[in-house]
Design a binder for this molecule. Sequence first.
Ligand code: PRT
Ligand code: MG
Length: 212
Amino acid sequence: MITLALSKGRIFDEALSLLGAVGIQVLEDPDTSRKLILSTSRADLRIVLVRASDVPTYVQYGGADLGVVGKDTLLETGDAGLYQPLDLKIAKCRISVAVREGFDYAAAVRQGSRLTVATKYVAIAREFFAAKGVHVDLIKLYGSMELAPLTGLADAIVDLVSTGNTLKANHLVEVERIMDISARLVVNQAALKLKQAPLRALINAIAAAVKI
Ligand code: PRT
Ligand code: MG
């Protein structure tokens, strides 16, 4: 049996078409079934649904043989011991710095002001601002980052942006793009040895289906 870890939402939705392209159908709908283990059209492949930030943990410790996870999550929570054979080019977005409309970010940076930055991505933000030589006080949040500059909690946020609609709706502007993000396939190293033939075949099939 091969176990694939996915998170509900955009990763699941976009992984579904990739799996479809390699001839694998998921036989249950996670939105209606409430099941956490889903069977597929391949008797030897099942899907487990876990939190996005738990996918690396499941794969690292062998609770799943492979998984799909955003590069943001891998950078933030670490990717030690994970084999990362493929950029799946799905769930694409970017991680950016945003501020309230009217806040002069460029001037603040130029003047060497100390900035308060709220983010779920503390490690990514710390490294980015350190490389720029900007002094920051980082505030860790777990969601709704957009609120922070509006309430005076922070001068800036570091968050994922795809269409930019969420920023716009909250009167925020993107002032710097830190990096482009997409979902990666991660594989358990021990599983790759023990289940080499079926895992290699699956990885190769997915690689061929990835949009160039
Ligand atoms: O919700 P939970 O804590 O379980 O985990 P999660 O929030 O990490 O999961 P999920 O499903 O929201 O995101 C999974 C992965 O999808 C992320 O790790 C990213 O790699 C990827 N992804 C791609 C995104 C987006 N695009 C995205 N736009 N994840 C989140 N967003 C959010 C963003 O944080 C912001 O709130 O969507 C909003 C902005 O979208 P736009 O289109 O308005 O710019
Ligand atoms: Mg979410």
